[in-house]
Write a protein that binds this ligand. Structure first.
Ligand code: NAD
Length: 516
């Protein structure tokens, strides 16, 4: 077993089978095998939960919720503070495990766990600021206020690409709000779930609060569908593809539950002729190749003003060729593997389709032969970050879809209005950016009438990828409309109650209605 797994105690964990030899398929015989995407070899196997297990876990969550909601919010914050500190102690190991199991480079894996620590800190402060409002009543001797109450057990469904932080954004805030969480992760990253949740659960348990953090690892058919249909979860917070979001929204909607949806993106950058092109270049390369194109906020489309397009494309191609591909855990690697062999196929299909649709290949476009990479990475899912330039008429239907791989499509424009129209002309609405030296162009992009970027995140002179936890994170249109993390996102984990007290002695109705 890999050292990183041992350091996190996964070798002795009752759910983990250290030697998965003989288990050929990802999900068979009640176990799921976790693979290292950089080698294609198994790391360990994990016993799967069934619908009956979920039922038991949900009953425990409901009982834990009844206890936890009675703990004063600042005391819940104290528990979250200690959990954040426990993650600080394991930052390096957890970040390495993210790199090992998901395939992002170690710096990004550690950065992801740091994000969970940051949101824990944020949530501690928030635990003393779950503010309601008071409002004047129109009736004499009446008082009105609004208060925020815990919601219940929250089902947290996460995608493979942020296997630690997406849970952190949800769980840390939900916990200070008085909710308990049941985490249903992607079956591609079960080990990170076990390691992460065990740390949080142990800290909470040692402080006298059992079952505030639980997880269920099972198939979508057995466990995912049962969770989203279960009325004991007043809210399902789901992160993943638009396809998954449509299913979750319809099942949860049928039972009139609440959804928080963080779905696919198809993010674009506009580069104006007056932009700082060095800055734009660095940001675009990070945004498009970082995490091997497997971030929801990855830059997938680039709109270049026609006066700078040729020069910028040439510089981009040179920069791409210097990007070091390899083992995510090795120093100096900038791009790791894709998650699975199917992801490599989807990448190849998209590249081929783009070319059939008239795009020209600028750089990349294929698999990397792992035998040419340092270390034993045979079986790794490596591809070359790819740039494709759309035909002169800018018609490239494949660019309207999110392919979860490092493919950047380039378009050219004449006017900023034309660029913004093309930028907004996709179904998704997560992250967006403009590079410009002009405040007029910047403000046009951020137009408060809503006629600028139609995304949930809009940046000026920085790339689409890499949000800070202090702001509300999420997107519009097919991205699902959810908001997580900072600002007032905590309200999603609570229910609002408007309270009115008559402290007089007369029967008074609103709107002056007399009923005597
Ligand atoms: P996915 O949709 O395949 O799976 C996401 C999660 O949904 C997994 O846990 C999966 O098991 C679960 N799921 C799928 N069908 C379900 C069902 N019927 N019932 C219950 N659960 C179900 O996504 P993925 O491949 O893991 O992740 C990549 C996608 O996630 C991309 O589209 C990416 O843009 C998106 N994503 C979005 C954000 C965001 O914040 N907007 C963040 C990360 C990833």
């Amino acid at each position: 077993m890999h050292d990183i797994l041992r350091r996190l105690g996964l070798d002795k964990h009752p759910r983990v089978i250290a030697d998965p030899t003989g288990t050929e398929t990802p999900e068979s015989d009640g176990v799921v095998v976790s693979f290292n995407p950089a080698t294609g070899r198994p790391l360990a196997a994990v016993r799967l939960d069934t619908a009956e297990d979920l039922d038991r876990i949900t009953a425990r969550a409901a009982a834990a919720f009844d206890r936890w909601r009675r703990v004063p919010a600042p005391k819940r914050g104290e528990v979250v503070r200690c959990i954040g500190n426990a993650f600080r102690d394991r930052l390096e190991d957890l970040g390495s495990l993210v790199a090992l199991e998901m395939g992002k480079i170690k710096a990004e894996g550690v950065g992801e766990v740091q994000e969970t620590i940051d949101i824990a800190d944020f949530a501690v402060g928030q635990s003393r600021m779950l503010y309601g409002k008071t409002m004047p009543s129109e009736r004499p001797l009446h008082a009105m206020k609004e208060q925020w109450l815990p919601l219940g057990p929250v089902g947290v469904i996460t995608a493979f690409n942020f296997p630690n932080a997406v849970w952190g954004w949800n769980a840390m805030l939900a916990a200070v709000c008085g909710d308990v969480c049941v985490w249903k992760p992607s079956l591609l990253t079960p080990l990170i779930t076990i390691a992460t949740n065990d740390i949080a659960e142990r800290v909470a348990r040692e402080m006298g609060h059992e079952d505030v953090f639980q997880y269920v690892i099972g198939t979508d058919a057995a466990v995912g569908e049962a969770m989203i249909a279960d009325r004991r979860y007043p809210m399902i917070s789901a992160t993943g593809s638009c396809r998954m979001g449509r299913r979750v929204a319809s099942v949860v909607g049928q039972r009139l539950g609440k959804c928080l949806l963080e779905l696919g993106g198809n993010n674009a950058v506009i580069i104006e002729p007056d932009a700082d092109l060095d800055l734009a270049l660095k940001s675009t390369v990070f945004g498009s190749v970082g995490t091997c194109g497997q971030r929801c906020t990855t830059t997938r489309r680039l709109y270049l003003h026609e006066s700078i397009a040729d020069e910028f494309v040439a510089r981009l191609a040179r920069a791409y060729e210097t990007v070091r591909i390899g083992d995510p855990l090795s120093e100096g690697t900038l791009v790791g593997p894709l998650i699975t062999a199917q992801a490599v196929e989807a990448f190849e299909n998209a590249v081929a389709t783009a070319q059939e649709q008239g795009a020209s290949l600028i750089t990349g476009g294929g698999r990397v032969d792992p035998s040419r990479l340092p270390g034993d990475l045979s079986g790794g899912h490596f591809v070359t970050p790819t740039v494709l330039r759309a035909p002169a008429n800018n018609r490239l239907p494949i660019a309207m879809e999110e392919t979860f791989a490092p493919i950047l499509y380039i378009f050219t424009y004449r006017t900023l209005d034309e660029a913004i129209a093309m930028h907004n002309g996709v179904d998704q609405g997560l992250s967006s950016a403009i590079f410009t030296g002009s405040s007029r162009s910047a403000e046009r992009f951020l137009d408060p009438s809503g006629a600028g970027s139609d995304c949930g995140l809009a940046y000026v002179n920085l790339g689409t990828s890499g949000a800070e936890i202090g702001g509300a994170f999420g997107g519009e249109k097919d991205t699902g409309g959810g908001r997580e993390s900072g600002s007032d996102s905590w309200k999603a984990y609570m229910r609002r109650q408007t309270c009115t007290t008559n402290f007089g002695e007369t029967f008074a109705l609103a709107q002056g209605i007399r009923f005597e």
